[in-house]
Design a protein around this ligand. Sequence first.
Ligand SMILES: Nc1nc2c(ncn2[C@@H]2O[C@H](COP(=O)(O)OP(=O)(O)OP(=O)(O)O)[C@@H](O)[C@H]2O)c(=O)[nH]1
Ligand SMILES: [Mg+2]
Length: 244
Amino acid sequence: MLIHKYRTIRSLKICYWGPSMSGKTFTVTAIKVIKTLEDPKSVIDFVTVADQATGRTVFFDQAVFGFGKKPNSDDFLFKIHVFTTAGQKRLIETRKVVLKGIHGLVIVVDADLNNWEENIWSLKELKELKGEEIKAGKIPYTIFVNKQDLPWGTKISQRHVRQLFEAADVLDVFPDLDGNIFCGSCQQAKDALSILLKNTPKEIILNEEGKFKKEYRPEAFNPLLKSLEHIVKLVIKKELATTK
Ligand SMILES: Nc1nc2c(ncn2[C@@H]2O[C@H](COP(=O)(O)OP(=O)(O)OP(=O)(O)O)[C@@H](O)[C@H]2O)c(=O)[nH]1
Ligand SMILES: [Mg+2]
């Protein structure tokens, strides 16, 4: 019975939403890199469409990850299609396309206090486009506050998130902040991994199958991975409840 239910929700679409330069592409790329090292089969596809000169996303990035290993098999129960939106204001039409049919959202906040207004604008636009569905509980969400490597006093940290959502006048749409906020830095994750790979002999960090041992995963990756895993779990829970 459970297997049957799972079959009905095999593909999930998760969208990373946030202002330009908040780190959506960087976050999904970092997740792809660590997954490729730890379990290459869990990375089914990865495409990024960026402007050559600026590196900014012009349409979307897409990654497809396997999630939930079937017992005694290399197959996964779910295919997670992860999309990032193009954050530049002028690209609203592409964002509307990417938002179509999403099952869940990871809202990326740019922790740089200089970008407070950009965050507000991005949250307001999300409310305008998907507010009703989110409010009705049809689209679960998690919040990833990136760039926590910025110095204290210049950044938005966990305790400021409610203030930000209040300032954007979106608390009616996102009442459940507690437990859904993950703070991290993809820059720190990248730097920590580079140092580890450079300084540690391969025979220590790789297992006999040539896979990166999870116990060596730099801690900085955890908030990135947890914000995605948490949204996937929320979506599966919701889908199971509605297919009963
Ligand atoms: N200090 C710091 N900078 C970061 C971090 N993550 C991203 N950045 C910076 O932000 C830039 C933009 O990151 P992207 O991932 O391309 O941003 P994006 O949200 O995909 O932007 P769009 O594609 O325009 O919507 C990067 O080149 C970094 O310079 C971080 O954790 N810390
Ligand atoms: Mg991008």
